[in-house]
Design a binder for this molecule. Structure first.
Ligand SMILES: [Zn+2]
Length: 364
């Protein structure tokens, strides 16, 4: 019962302005074309392209075999959609939940439009390794509900679960890594609870999925003491480590609400267990900045609510809306150069680069 309450609360306030996350999102990801500063200037000159080839050779030998960044429109300072999924329900169900067909349809859209999945931990670490010309998308699943992952008596994945749908999709598309997805679990309520639920978490990690922290009891951390915040996060991190061999390295905040001391989302300690999160996800309504952008805030990464049913009218700031923004303004989108060691982007974006990554930079 606690879970049902927690989940419905989680799904109940998608766009309430009270929750910090939503307010900041329009800044992070402006909706208007005027804000997209770059235009096609990036593809402007052949001179720039030649210079890039030389730079790339200096930076890494592997780059010699890769296409010219200008030719593939590489922009590793572009924005990344971090999609937020909750439940799968036969009737869909409002702002947060999808039908299985809607979920399949969104995966197909992403594939057809050149997106490829990456784990949140890899975005945070700046280790996005995708073919040249493709764009990262992060698929995140909150609340460890039963219809996200289940095994039958033979140990086969239930094909009607999120994981079943992801893996069926991956098996039909060689260049789509189905396990590049991030599950944010509530450790007091794993996949429906009950017998075997902890083993399900172990099995999910063994298949290759990222397991992230979503607190032990889905507590609103904005209303918890510093001690309670650390107990919630340390308990989940420790349980995940015990069940999977790896502590959590990224966190999705219940309700998108940060602790009163936001730094405690990133790191803390309780009962002898220290947790450290390289990324903290909000419940948001806009794309995330590139991890190489000087303004990237790892402790407040906005997400996009999956909402494929947008009718093209008033913006709902869900996935269909934002994916259309990227179609209309491809210059805003993160596009890989194919070499995880270099960071390629149109030279006029240079001021946007986080100086910490300057030695990997490959402006063209
Ligand atoms: Zn939640």
């Amino acid at each position: 019962m606690a879970l049902a309450l927690a989940v419905s609360a989680c799904g109940g306030q998608p766009d309430e302005p009270g929750d910090g996350a939503v307010v900041t999102d329009p800044d992070t990801a402006p909706a208007t074309p005027e804000d997209a500063a770059t235009e096609e200037a990036g593809a402007a000159s052949g001179d720039g392209a030649e210079a890039t080839g030389e730079d790339a050779e200096g930076a890494t030998e592997a780059a010699a075999d890769l296409p010219d960044p200008a030719e593939v429109g590489a922009n590793e300072l572009g924005q990344i959609p971090v999609l937020m999924y909750h439940r799968l329900l036969p009737g869909g169900g409002g702002d947060y939940d999808l039908t299985a067909d809607e979920f399949r349809g969104e995966l197909q859209y992403l594939y057809d439009h050149g997106y490829r999945p990456v784990r949140m931990a890899d975005v945070a670490a700046g280790t996005i390794d995708l073919p040249a010309g493709t764009s990262p998308v992060v698929l995140t699943f909150d609340d460890s509900t039963r219809e996200q992952f289940a095994l039958d008596e033979q140990g086969e994945v239930d094909p009607e679960t999120k994981v079943g749908i992801l893996e069926a999709f991956g098996s039909r598309h060689d260049d789509w890594d189905a396990t590049a997805a991030s599950f944010y679990v509530i450790t007091s309520s794993l996949f429906g609870g009950g017998q075997g639920s902890e083993q399900l978490l172990t099995a999910l990690a063994e298949r290759g999925y990222e397991i992230g922290n979503h607190t032990h009891t889905h507590r609103n951390l904005g209303q918890a003491s510093a001690q309670e915040v650390q107990e919630e996060l340390a308990t989940t991190s420790r349980m995940v480590e015990e069940l999977t061999g790896q502590p959590t390295t990224t966190l999705s905040l219940p309700f998108g609400v940060r602790p009163q001391d936001p730094a405690l989302a990133g790191a803390g300690e309780a009962d002898g267990h220290r947790y450290e999160h390289t990324a903290v996800l909000l419940v948001g309504s806009g794309p995330a900045l590139s991890p190489f952008d000087a303004d990237f805030e790892p402790l407040g990464v906005p997400r996009i609510r999956s909402s494929p049913s947008w009718d093209g009218g008033e913006p709902d700031y869900g996935s269909a809306f934002w994916l259309q923004v990227f179609e209309d303004h491809p210059d805003r989108r993160y596009v890989s150069d194919g070499d995880p060691a270099t960071i390629s982007f149109p030279a006029e974006l240079e001021d946007q680069l986080d100086p910490a990554h300057a030695e990997r930079a490959n402006p063209y």
